[in-house]
Design a protein around this ligand. Sequence first.
Ligand code: SAM
Length: 218
Amino acid sequence: MEPTRSEGVFREGRTLFTINANPGTRVYGETLRTVGGVEYREWDPFRSKLAAWLARGPPAELPGGVRSVLYLGGAHGTTVSHLSDLWPHAEIFVVEKSPTAFAPLLALARHRANLYPLLADAQLPERYRADVGSVDFLYQDVAQRTQAQIFAENAHVSLRPGGAGLLMLKIRSVTQRGPPGAIVRAARELLAREGLAIRSETSLAPFSREHVALGVRA
Ligand SMILES: C[S@@+](CC[C@H](N)C(=O)[O-])C[C@H]1O[C@@H](n2cnc3c(N)ncnc32)[C@H](O)[C@@H]1O
């Protein structure tokens, strides 16, 4: 098991792992591996876009020293659980608007003290800004038409100056028409107009053919 450039992410061959913060338990049926007395959870790039981004290699590298995270679109907590493994001392605020998805997220948080689930709409960041405060890292995976706008508004409200962000842009949720390149370009332009510096653009193929990850700095 080898460390990667992203603190807390390990690799064996091409397979990624995080150290299980809740040993003996799985979150989504993932494989557990014990090496040298440490239990690792396999991080599946076909199930988690963040793992897909990391698996694509440089320039993908998670920021260091993260103490607070705002995660938009937590769903059942697949990716959230790996962030919880990675940054045990961070506060990870997870916004999810579907009550059905929120229930398993709450159950996950009962066993992981660094998770703070919020049943809320990411389009209305003013509603949770007081709970979240200023964060080091903003992550979004919501598959909405206005994804880039939602990301920019949350960055304005909650991302500290110099903080890092990662938008998992689902191209065909923006529009069914037009070339993918033009849709990504429009998202980049919107983020730039909103004062966010684009640091990277990564296709998540072959893990997800529909997504492009945009890395930004506030
Ligand atoms: C693709 S899933 C997220 C998967 C998750 N990020 C993971 O990797 O484990 C998208 C989630 O975003 C949620 N969502 C969509 N629009 C939202 C909004 N406006 N506010 C909050 N959550 C939203 C959906 O309910 C859904 O659970």
